[in-house]
Design a protein around this ligand. Structure first.
Ligand SMILES: N[C@@H](CCC(=O)N[C@@H](CS)C(=O)NCC(=O)O)C(=O)O
Length: 238
């Protein structure tokens, strides 16, 4: 059994998609990040960066004691290795999936996250920051669109690279992008959306958090946008 420490955000969806696709048994441990549950001692023991997602696999492939993994890219890589699914055994293909997984983790996720912050949450509208991140997300969409012009999925076959990127393209409107400008990306998005496992993953999110929709209250803002080294220090001594 796998415990999935999870909240209903793009990085969380990556892992429910994998688990549903692979048919692995899992139990969701909700971590409501708007309420500050990411600072609870039990969660920090598996996720020292106070960010979801994280997993604890009670049945690891080496037969040893439970293993915990944080960082969504590392979790996808771990699960792909554990199951032998959604990553090719062929070295060249495998490296494509890994490169695109890293690309999502280092590029699309952080840039779209920063756009979200400056475009939707920052108390002042700073045109330079908004333009910078909207343009960078636009460029990254262009990179994916070009990549998908002559192949179905980012690494050729459907893989963990697609599972990492898909939840970050679903909210394209909120990222001030127009999916119609990216026809290959649009086709890819629709193909993944049509998968039963992906539908199940998003349905699971609704069960866990029937009222999603971002950061609304001053308390939520303080928890999510007021973090410094002190937040981490205080959390471990709680
Ligand atoms: N690089 C991390 C990023 C995870 C991340 O940013 N998670 C957000 C939700 S999508 C979170 O837990 N935020 C809690 C917080 O900011 O305190 C990963 O991919 O796992």
């Amino acid at each position: 059994m796998i415990d999935l420490h999870y909240w209903t955000t793009p990085n969380g969806h990556k892992i429910t998609i994998f688990l549903e696709e692979a048919g692995l048994p899992y139990k969701i441990v909700p971590v409501n990040i708007g309420k500050g549950e990411q600072f609870k001692t039990d969660f920090l023991a598996v996720a020292p960066n106070n960010r979801i997602p994280a997993i604890v696999d009670h049945d690891p492939p080496d037969g040893g004691k439970p293993i915990s993994v944080f960082e969504s890219g590392a979790i996808l890589f771990y699960l792909a290795n554990k199951t032998g699914k959604f990553i090719s055994k062929d070295m060249r293909q495998r490296m494509q999936a890994i490169a695109w997984l890293f690309w999502q983790m280092a590029g699309l996720g952080p840039m779209a996250g920063q756009y979200n912050h400056f475009g939707h949450y920052a108390p002042e509208k700073i045109p330079y920051a908004i333009d910078r991140y909207r343009n960078e997300v636009n460029r990254l969409y262009g990179v994916m669109n070009k990549r998908l012009a002559d192949r179905d999925y980012l690494a050729g076959e459907y893989s963990i690279a697609d599972m990492a990127s898909y939840p970050w393209v679903v909210p394209w409107e909120r990222q001030a992008q127009n999916i119609a400008d990216f026809p290959h990306l649009k086709r890819w998005l629709e193909a993944i959306a049509a998968r039963d496992a992906v539908k199940r993953a998003y349905a699971k999110a609704k069960e866990v958090n029937p009222n999603p929709g971002g950061i609304r209250t001053p308390e939520e803002r303080a928890i999510l946008f007021g973090q410094t080294a002190k937040s981490v220090e205080q959390a471990v001594t709680r």
